[in-house]
Design a protein around this ligand. Structure first.
Ligand code: ADP
Ligand code: ZN
Ligand code: ZN
Length: 733
C-alpha cells in the first residue's frame, strides 16, 4: 500500500528515512523507516504514520525525508496511501510552528481532528439518501396513512439525502426502516449534494454595495476590515461575497465565535446560498468533526462555518475566508498551542491567495491599526440596515441611590415600562453565581478557595460555594469557621441573585437566566429562548448574551456592575469592556421598535464611559490607541509571555530566571519584565510565575525566541515545572 520510490543512488551514504513530527513537547523530528520496506520518497511528506516511541505508540506525520541520522531505525506503519496534510495547509502549519516556537508535531496534532490524530482511517464522505423502489412507487397510492406513508410521499419526487430528511422530517429513520423491510424504499449513495433553491435577500444599500464591490474573490489575497455597527448588514455582505466565491467554483470558510454559531445563522446561510453548509464546532462528536474536515479536504464541502479550530480546515479550492466578530476573545486558544484563529486565517489567506474578510462592530485595536496603516482595506457601514434605529444610551448615576439587589429605582422603572409596552428586557451582569463573596459580618472572615488565591463564589441561593478558577465546590458553611458566628452574608451580586430579585418583583413575566451555569448543555440556550418567543420577559445573563441568537423584540438593555472592569490592571481590559458594552447595547432594538440602553454605574464621569457614550466605539479606540502607544503595548509592541508553574514557588522562579539569563546571553535587545508572580499567583494548587518579553520589532522578539526556546527544553530547571510560551498573549495572566 505504501508508495514505492526510486532506489537510493549507490554511494549516497546513509539510507533515506522518514523524519516524523510526533505530538511530544520536544523541538525535533524522529527518524523511522517504512515498516513495509519501501524506500522513503518526498511524496510521503504529509502521510500519517503509527510509530513506537519508547514504550508508547504514537501517531505522527512525515514532515521530511532525509538521510537517517542513526543506524538501527524502527519501523513506521503508514496509515494513509498518500499525504493527508499537504500543500498550503502543511506549509501554513509549518509557519505556525515557527511563529509559536512550538514543536511541529504538536502543531500538526492540534490541526487534525481528534479521530484522525488517533490514527483512525479517513471517514467515508459519501452522502447517503433514500429513494422509493419500483415496488414502492406502485404501492404508494395504496399505503395506509402514517409516518411511512408520509415519508414515501416525500420521496415521490426523487431521492433525498439524510441531512435534508433530518431537517425536514423528524423520526424519519424508523419510517424508512419500515419501508425498507417491505421492499418499498432503499438507501442509496447520492452523487453530490443537490443544490437547493437560492433565497432572495434584501437589496443592498449603498454602503453594503460598496463593501461588496471592494471584495474581489478573483484578485488574490487582500485583507478587508468590514467595520459596521450592529445590525448594519455585515452578514449580508458576507453572503454576497460567499455567493460570488461559489459562483467561481471555490470554497468559502467562515469563522464565527463559539456562541455566534447558532441554528439561526446556519439556517440563514443554507437558505440564502442554496448549497449544503457544513458546521464545525465543539458540539460535534469526533466522528462528525473528522467527517466535516474530510469533506473539505476532498473539496466536497463548499461552505464551512466553524469556530476557532475550523481555521485548520483543508481548503484545496479556497476562494474566501470570513472571520465574523473578529475581535472576539474566543478566537485565541488559551491552552496547549496558543494560536489566534483570526491571525492564522490571515496567514492562510495570503498563502492561498484569497481575500480575507474580517467583520465586527467593535474591531480589535490590532485590526484598526492595520486598517489605519493601509494593511487592511477599511470598509465601513455606518448605519443600521432596514428599519432599525440605533438604541438611545443613558448613563444612570447610582451614587447614593438606594439599590435593590444592585438595581436602581430608575432601572426598575424602565424595566416595568418596557415590559408594559410588550417588549423584552436584557439585564446584563458579567458575574455568574449568586454572590462573589461569602463574608462573616462578625469577624470579617470570607470564604477563600483552598487551592487558589481567590474567593469562592456563592451559588444556589447561598447553599453552595464554587471556585470559578479551579472548579472546586463545597456546601456553604452554616456558621463562620473562624468565630463560630451565624452572621455569614453573601456580598455583592451575581446573575443568580439578580434573577431572584427580578422574579420576585416582576412575577407576571418569565425571568430567564442565561450564563454558563444555566446553559451547560449546547442547545439549552436556543430552547430557552424558543420557549420565551416574542412575549414580554426578562433575560438575565453574562456575556453569553452579548451576541448570538437574534432577539427582535428586545427593547431595553440594562447593564449593571461594569464598575469592576473600569479599574482593571490588564492592558486589554478597557478594550474588552468597551467591546462588551457596545455589543450588549447593540442587542437592543434590532427590529422596528427603537431600543434603549441603560448603563448603571458609580463612575458616570469615567473617561471610558464618557468617550463611548458621546463619541462611540471609534472615538474610544482612537484614544485607547494613543495610550497603548505611549505605554508601549500592542499593537505598538510585540509580546510573548513565558509561563511556568509548580507545586512550590521556587522552581518556576528558577526556571524563568534561567530563561531570562539565556535571553540576555542571546545579545538581542528586548524588554524583559520579571520573573514575576502571575496576577493570580496560586491556581488549582500550583504556584505560577511569568516572564513578559516585549519589543517594538516583531523580528527582534522572534529572533530572541529562536535563539532561546530550543534550549529551554533542555534546561535542568525545566524538568521541575510545567511551562508554556504564549506568543501575542491576549491575557497577561
Ligand atoms: P449584522 O451582521 O451587521 O449585525 P445583519 O446582516 O444581520 O447585520 O442585518 C441586520 C438586519 O437587517 C437583518 O434582519 C437583515 O435581514 C436586515 N438587512 C440587512 N441588510 C439590509 C438591507 N440592505 N435592506 C433591508 N434590510 C437589511
Ligand atoms: Zn466570623
Ligand atoms: Zn480554586
Amino acid at each position: 500500500m505504501a508508495a514505492s520510490g526510486p532506489v537510493p543512488t549507490p554511494g549516497a551514504g546513509a539510507p533515506q528515512a522518514w523524519r516524523v513530527a510526533l505530538p511530544v513537547p520536544l523541538p525535533r523530528l524522529f527518524d523511522y523507516l517504512p515498516a513495509d520496506g519501501a524506500v522513503p520518497v518526498a511524496g510521503d511528506i504529509g502521510r500519517r504514520v503509527r510509530v513506537a516511541l519508547g514504550a508508547r505508540e504514537l501517531v505522527g506525520v512525515v514532515a521530511a525525508v532525509g538521510p537517517a541520522e542513526t543506524g538501527n531505525l524502527r519501523g513506521a506503519e503508514a496509515l494513509d496511501p498518500g499525504p493527508l496534510l499537504e500543500g498550503e495547509l502543511l506549509e501554513s502549519l509549518r509557519w505556525l510552528a515557527r511563529y509559536q516556537h512550538a514543536p511541529l508535531g504538536e502543531v500538526l496534532a492540534t490541526a487534525l481532528p481528534a479521530a484522525l490524530r488517533r490514527g483512525e482511517p479517513l471517514p467515508d464522505t459519501c452522502t447517503w439518501g433514500w429513494e422509493l423502489t419500483e415496488a414502492g412507487r406502485t404501492a404508494l397510492p395504496a399505503l395506509r396513512a402514517g409516518k411511512p406513508q408520509r415519508l414515501a410521499a416525500g420521496l415521490q419526487a426523487g431521492a433525498r439525502d439524510e441531512a435534508a430528511l433530518d431537517d425536514a422530517t423528524p423520526g424519519w429513520r424508523a419510517a424508512a426502516r419500515a419501508l425498507e423491510r417491505r421492499g418499498l424504499a432503499e438507501r442509496v449513495a447520492m452523487s453530490g449534494a443537490a443544490a437547493g433553491p437560492v433565497g432572495q435577500g434584501p437589496v443592498l444599500n449603498a454602503e453594503q454595495q460598496a463593501a461588496t464591490d471592494a471584495i474581489d474573490p478573483g484578485a488574490g489575497f487582500a485583507a478587508h476590515l468590514l467595520d459596521g455597527v450592529t445590525g448594519s448588514g455585515k452578514t449580508e455582505v458576507y453572503l454576497h461575497a460567499i455567493a460570488t466565491c461559489l459562483a467561481r467554483g471555490r470554497q468559502a470558510l467562515v469563522l464565527v465565535p463559539e456562541i455566534g454559531l447558532t441554528p439561526q445563522l446556519l439556517a440563514r446561510f443554507r437558505e440564502r446560498l442554496g448549497v449544503p453548509v457544513h458546521a464545525l464546532h465543539s458540539g460535534l462528536n469526533d466522528n462528525e468533526r473528522a467527517l466535516a474536515w474530510t469533506t473539505a479536504l476532498r473539496g466536497e464541502a463548499r461552505v464551512l462555518v466553524g469556530t476557532r479550530s475550523a481555521v485548520f480546515t483543508p481548503l484545496p479550492e479556497a476562494g474566501l475566508i470570513v472571520v465574523d466578530e473578529e475581535h472576539d476573545g474566543s478566537y485565541k486558544q488559551q491552552d496547549g498551542l496558543r494560536y489566534h484563529a483570526r491571525d492564522f486565517a490571515l496567514v492562510r489567506g495570503r498563502a492561498l491567495g484569497v481575500p480575507v474578510l474580517l467583520g465586527s462592530a467593535t474591531p480589535s485595536l490590532e485590526s484598526l491599526a492595520n486598517a489605519a496603516e493601509g494593511r487592511h482595506a477599511h470598509l465601513r457601514l455606518h448605519r443600521r440596515a432596514g428599519e432599525a434605529q440605533p438604541p438611545a444610551v443613558r448613563v444612570v448615576d447610582v451614587r447614593k441611590r438606594r439599590l435593590e439587589a444592585g438595581l436602581s429605582p430608575e432601572l426598575l422603572d424602565a424595566v416595568r415600562a418596557a415590559l408594559d409596552a410588550g417588549g423584552q428586557v436584557l439585564v446584563f451582569k458579567n458575574r455568574r453565581g449568586y454572590a462573589p463573596v461569602l463574608l462573616c459580618h462578625d469577624c470579617g472572615w470570607s470564604a477563600q478557595c483552598r487551592r487558589c488565591d481567590a474567593s469562592m463564589t456563592v451559588h444556589a441561593g447561598g447553599r453552595r460555594l464554587q471556585c470559578h478558577h479551579c472548579g472546586a465546590r463545597q456546601p456553604a458553611p452554616q456558621a463562620c469557621p473562624d468565630c463560630g458566628g451565624l452572621a455569614l452574608q453573601p456580598q455583592g451580586i451575581g446573575t443568580e441573585r439578580l434573577e431572584e430579585a427580578l422574579a420576585a418583583r416582576f412575577g407576571d413575566v418569565p425571568v430567564l437566566r442565561i450564563d454558563r451555569g444555566s446553559t451547560r448543555r449546547r442547545d439549552a440556550l436556543e430552547s430557552m429562548l424558543a420557549t420565551l418567543g416574542d412575549a414580554p420577559g426578562i433575560l438575565v445573563g453574562t456575556q453569553l448574551l452579548a451576541k448570538g441568537h437574534d432577539l427582535p423584540n428586545l427593547t431595553l438593555v440594562a447593564v449593571v456592575g461594569i464598575d469592576e472592569g473600569l479599574f482593571s490592571a490588564d492592558f486589554r481590559a478597557s478594550e474588552k469592556l468597551a467591546q462588551l458594552l457596545v455589543q450588549v447595547a447593540g442587542r437592543a432594538g434590532r427590529a422596528a421598535r427603537r431600543g434603549e440602553v441603560l448603563l448603571q454605574t458609580h463612575h458616570p464621569e469615567h473617561p471610558l464611559l464618557l468617550t463611548l457614550v458621546h463619541g462611540g466605539y471609534h472615538a474610544f479606540a482612537e484614544a485607547e490607541l494613543v495610550q497603548r502607544e505611549a505605554a508601549g503595548f500592542p499593537p505598538f509592541a510585540h509580546l510573548a509571555l513565558l509561563r511556568a508553574e509548580a507545586k512550590h514557588a521556587e522552581p518556576p522562579a528558577a526556571f524563568l530566571q534561567a530563561a531570562a539569563a539565556a535571553l540576555a546571553d542571546s545579545g538581542i535587545a528586548l524588554d524583559v519584565h520579571g520573573p514575576l508572580p502571575a496576577p493570580m499567583p496560586r491556581r488549582a494548587g500550583y504556584q505560577r510565575a511569568q516572564l513578559l518579553l516585549s519589543s517594538p520589532q516583531r523580528r527582534a522578539l522572534h529572533a530572541a525566541l529562536d535563539a532561546v526556546v530550543p534550549s529551554l527544553h533542555a534546561m535542568p530547571e525545566a524538568r521541575r515545572v510545567r511551562w508554556s510560551l504564549d506568543v501575542d498573549p491576549v491575557d497577561l495572566y
